[in-house]
Design a protein around this ligand. Structure first.
Ligand code: GLN
Length: 448
């Protein structure tokens, strides 16, 4: 980053790209004024010149609109909050600003982070920069697309069941879901508070690691956040002998499965990785376990959108997917059910968590495709079950509370495909090291 190009020049370049292509791609919902941005960029350039700059000097960020940035709209891509101007910075935003990162604007997403395709936004679907006829994935659709379209360097998204890794996979960029508790959720408008994590999307593994290293850490405004070890970015890309488990699960699209298997095989040979199949017994229950949790927690989280405090009454202004979850959540929450479904889901969540913990005694990493299917065409009718199935391989890491990265490894039918590399809780270092090794393998093949 920043080689031979000043922050000011870079911001100008990004603004030009946005000006040229955003109408078509529908990625940014709000871009800050050029005047403000250039003033800020000049300040950063002055700091760089005098050697006083922060770790993110020269980095330009797109932000998912469920994260509060003072003075910008945290609309959650919804009519409900379209006029809601944030009055404070989320902890992650404060940390980015403290290290001289520049926020260029707020991107589009699925409404309230509910979705896997970027089509549930109240402001129109986000398009995939690789092929604008296709969905970019979701719900952090604009976050992934903004990075892929070269509208910014990096972006923040949120991941409850795959919403960072899924669009990263479809758009051919890197996306990271950190271990639950690594990143403060203060200032994130929650979907499901026991699963949500904010994380980075970037064009390469090193940038994603740097951003995570800046935003991580204990925050007294979020009681589940913890102090985690600093990442050692110098180790990225060095050869390591990992014990790798390949998730033993047949997916429908054999082309995706084969691409992942082939790349992993090559990595195994090149890096001397020990690769074995690993089966996680309850992994097939992931989707059924996830939705009762999300519906229930989302229902509860949305009670504040009653039209008196923030924006409009949610039931009156939201789209069908958000409404489905509110109605479903209200039902599950009814007193007569005595919390049965929610508690059953929590029990299976715990089982899945324990299974992964025990698998990570034998393996450093567990690898699978990020998404089991290719991106569909925007507007194509697919069933709710099909839409939910996009997340079959990403949800397990949210349920288990561990960390996972999606790294682009190639294309099937011209559509980008990501490899998901999962590591045990608070083992982001290993996850990034392996991600960087895969990235290196792919880029060397590209050159060779
Ligand atoms: N697609 C999943 C859902 O709709 C995941 C969403 C997310 O991770 N924010 O809930």
């Amino acid at each position: 980053m920043g080689i031979n190009i000043t922050t000011t020049e870079k911001v100008k370049k990004y603004l030009k790209e946005i000006e040229k292509k955003n109408k078509e791609l529908n990625i940014f919902l709000e871009v800050r004024s050029e005047k403000e941005l250039l003033e800020e960029a000049r300040r950063v350039d002055d700091k760089i010149k005098s050697g006083r700059s922060g770790r993110l000097a020269g980095y330009v960020f797109g932000i998912k609109p469920n994260i509060n940035v003072v003075g910008l709209h945290a609309s959650c891509s919804s009519k409900v909050l379209e006029d809601y101007l944030s009055t404070y910075d989320a902890t992650v935003i404060k940390k980015i600003k403290d290290e001289d990162g520049i926020i260029i604007g707020m991107v589009n997403s699925d409404e309230f982070a509910c979705g896997s395709s970027g089509e549930t936004s109240a402001f129109g679907p986000v398009k995939n920069p690789i092929n604008p006829k296709l969905i970019p994935g979701g719900s952090s659709s604009g976050s992934a697309a903004s990075v892929a379209a070269r509208f910014c360097d990096v972006a923040l998204g949120s991941d409850t069941g795959g919403s960072i890794r899924n669009p990263a996979s479809h758009c051919g960029v890197v996306g990271v879901k950190p271990t639950y508790g690594t990143v403060s959720r203060y200032g994130l408008i929650d979907l499901s508070m026991s699963l949500d994590q904010i994380g980075p999307l970037a064009r390469n593994v090193a940038d994603a690691a740097l951003v995570l290293d800046v935003i991580r850490g204990k925050d007294e405004n979020d009681s589940i956040s913890v102090d985690v070890q600093k990442l050692n970015l110098n180790e990225l890309g060095k050869k390591k002998n990992f014990r790798v488990g390949v998730l033993d699960l047949e997916i429908k699209d054999k082309r995706i499965q084969k691409l992942i298997a082939d790349k992993l095989d090559e990595a195994g040979k090149k890096y001397n990785w020990k690769i074995k199949k690993v089966s996680i017994q309850n992994v097939e229950l992931a989707i059924e376990t996830y939705y009762p949790l999300v519906y229930t927690e989302f229902f509860s989280a949305t009670r504040k959108f009653d039209g008196r405090r923030y924006g409009k009454k949610i039931e009156e202004a939201c789209g069908p997917e958000v409404l489905r979850r509110i109605i479903g959540g209200a039902e599950i929450t009814k007193a007569e059910h005595e919390g049965r479904n929610y508690h059953l889901a929590l029990r299976v969540k715990k089982l899945i968590e324990e299974e992964y913990e025990s698998a990570f005694k034998d393996f450093d990493l567990i690898v699978s495709p990020t998404v089991p299917r290719l991106a569909h065409k925007i507007g194509e009718e697919i069933t709710v079950e099909e839409m939910y199935s996009y997340d079959a391989l990403t949800i397990p890491s949210n349920l288990a509370g561990n960390c996972a990265i999606s790294v682009p490894v190639g294309f099937v039918d011209g559509v980008p495909v990501g490899m998901q590399i999962m590591a045990d809780k608070f083992n982001e270092q290993k996850m990034f090291e392996a991600g960087a090794m895969i990235e290196k393998l792919i880029s060397e093949e590209g050159r060779g």
